[in-house]
Each structure stands twice: as structure tokens, then as C-alpha cells.
Design a protein. Structure first.
Length: 344
């Protein structure tokens, strides 16, 4: 019989062959810095496209007013006006009636030449910039919340690439800290693991010390830092249509105050207050915050006379949704498309 060591060696040989095959087919690439294999940009796009198709297949047409097809197109909304075709125009915008009329006027027959062809003018889309603020705290591992959140991000990225090419999408993951992630990194992302199990945690760490920050637990919920990074990323004046899509399942449990990182469990009033300050700063910058809550924790977290969700709703100038994790992706996409229809 095969020994366990032989089994491990044979398994590694199979995995190596599989890695080479995937690399030859362009499904994976080697990270030049770490040497690790990761999904290629083309593979990430295919995953996003498939997620997008599955989400829209589950919707009725009047849910969104938009459809995803396998046709190659430029994804523009078309007006009733038309113009002569130009080099590079898509034939999907062909105005058949105007084309045939031009041919009839020219020759008295419905036999068009290239010079007769007209296409519908694009109505144009208001440009927008979106930051998806993705909670990566330890609790996001529960109930497949993070899986569905990643699926939503990839589908939204595919939607924008195909239908709203002038838009900009940035993904920010936040736990105790916050950083940006590229679409290629999304499939392999995981929430930060829980490393402390004390029922009562009060940590004060020197934020100016690299050593202290290196040992800080990563899995707490620092909404202040996430919103701050999102606001800075949307700070340019390239468009007036700016929004943050916040995906989270818990209340703030960390914040920065001067040169101190505060980590608290249960959360302290200061965690809420500093998150609300950053919320106000974002809306003062013209940013709308639409929030998708995967639990009801915000409703039951009070400081002062109102719950955190009541105070957050006052300042975010956006909507707050309570989707089941498995329904979140389609809810986010429908809301995004409906917002695009109302932008100027």
C-alpha cells in the first residue's frame, strides 16, 4: 500500500502539474514580489462576469431596467436622435429607419450604402466615483458574509467595466486598519482572524511606533479609518457624483485619537463618536454613504439618547439596507443602477 509520504509527494506532483497547466492557459500568474501564484486579471474578470450574469439571471427585467447579455457592446444609453455612422461606432446602435430613409431619398430604393447608415446618438452617462468599504473584521466569516461580499464586489466591478466605462471603482478593506485592494486581490481575501478571546478588551497603542502597530490585532472594526481612507480617495474633483458603499456586520470597536490607537470590546462611546465625525466629514465633502448592514447590532448600540444607527443615518445622507448576505449582491447592483439613472 502507498505510504502517507508517497501520497503527499504524489499529491504535490499533481498540484504542480495543475499549476503549470493553469499558468499556460493564462488562468494564473506569478506574483513578482512574493513568488506566489494568483489569479490572472483575465480570470478575475471572468469570475466577475459570471457572478454578474448569475445575479441578473435571478432578477426580473423590471427590477433594474437594465440587462446583461453575451453581446459585445459599448453599454451606452441611446437617445431618439441619430447621426451618420463614423469609424469605430458600434452597429448595435444602428438606426434602421433613418438608414433606409436616407437610401430611399438618394435613389428612390431601399438599398442603403455605407454613407446612408445612421446610428443612434448615445445619451451619455453621468460619471461617478465609488468606493466599496468592505468590513474585514473577524465576524465577517460567519454565515458566508464575506463570500457574498466578495461576490458582490467582483460583480460590481464587472458591471462598471462593461456598462459604465467612465466610472471609477475602488475597494477599501478595513479592520483595525484600512487599505486599498485591486480587483485581482479580491478572490483570495479573507477576514482577519480573531486572536484575542477576552470578554473585556481595552488596548491603547502608540500609533507612532511601528513595533506597536505591527503587533496590533487586525480584526477589530475601525469604521473611522475606513471612512477616512474612502473620503481621501474620493477627494479629487473629477466628478461630483461620489459615493461610499459600506458593507459591514458590526459596530465600531476601534479608533485613532491623536497618536493613540484605541481598541475596545465591548465598544466604547469614543469608537462611535470618531466614526460619526468621519461620517460628517465625508458628507461635507459631497460624498453619499449607502450602507448594507448584515446584522442588527447597530440598532441596539446606544450612546446618549439615540442608537448608533439613528445618529449615523442623520449624517450619512444615504440609505441603510438590511439584506440577507445571499441577497446583498443583487441589492447593491440594483441600487447602483437606480442611482445612475438619477445622476446629472
Amino acid at each position: 500500500p502507498e505510504s502517507y509520504q508517497e501520497f503527499l509527494e504524489r499529491r504535490e506532483q499533481i498540484m504542480e502539474k495543475l499549476r503549470k497547466l493553469m499558468e499556460e492557459q493564462g488562468q494564473v500568474v506569478q506574483d513578482p514580489e512574493t513568488g506566489e501564484m494568483k489569479l490572472s486579471p483575465a480570470s478575475v474578470k471572468r469570475i466577475g462576469r459570471r457572478a454578474l450574469e448569475e445575479i441578473f439571471a435571478a432578477m426580473k427585467s423590471d427590477d433594474t431596467g437594465a440587462f446583461i447579455t453575451n453581446e459585445e457592446g459599448d453599454g451606452e444609453q441611446l437617445s431618439a436622435d441619430s447621426r451618420p455612422i463614423e469609424y469605430g461606432d458600434s452597429i448595435h446602435a444602428l438606426d434602421i429607419s433613418a438608414t433606409m430613409i436616407n437610401a430611399f431619398i438618394r435613389t428612390g430604393k431601399a438599398k442603403p450604402r455605407y454613407s446612408d447608415i445612421e446610428i443612434f446618438k448615445p445619451r451619455g452617462q453621468a460619471r461617478s466615483a465609488t468606493v466599496v468599504l468592505l468590513d474585514m473584521s473577524g465576524s465577517m466569516m460567519r454565515s458566508d458574509r464575506f463570500y457574498y461580499a466578495k461576490r458582490m464586489v467582483l460583480a460590481l466591478d464587472a458591471l462598471i467595466r462593461e456598462e459604465y466605462k467612465e466610472d471609477r471603482l475602488t475597494v477599501v478593506g478595513f479592520g483595525t486598519f484600512a487599505k486599498t485592494y485591486s480587483p485581482a486581490e479580491i478572490p483570495s481575501l479573507q477576514p482577519f482572524p480573531v486572536t484575542m478571546y477576552d470578554p473585556h478588551i481595552r488596548l491603547r497603542l502608540d500609533a507612532s511606533s511601528e513595533e506597536s502597530m505591527a503587533f496590533a490585532p487586525q480584526y477589530f472594526t475601525n469604521l473611522q479609518r475606513g471612512l477616512s481612507l474612502g473620503r481621501k480617495l474620493l477627494g479629487s474633483g473629477e466628478t461630483k457624483n461620489k459615493q461610499i458603499i459600506l458593507i459591514t456586520d458590526g459596530v465600531p470597536t476601534a479608533h485613532f485619537e491623536e497618536n493613540q490607537l484605541h481598541i475596545n470590546y465591548p465598544p466604547s462611546p469614543a469608537d462611535f463618536e470618531f466614526a460619526l465625525r468621519e461620517t460628517r466629514a465625508a458628507t461635507d465633502s459631497g460624498i453619499t454613504i449607502n450602507t448594507f448592514l448584515l446584522t442588527s447590532d447597530w440598532e441596539f448600540s446606544y450612546f446618549g439618547d439615540e442608537s448608533f444607527i439613528q445618529q449615523f443615518a442623520k449624517h450619512s445622507q444615504g440609505r441603510i439596507f438590511y439584506p440577507h448576505p445571499s441577497q446583498m449582491d443583487r441589492m447593491v447592483l440594483v441600487d447602483f443602477i437606480q442611482n445612475k439613472k438619477t445622476m446629472i
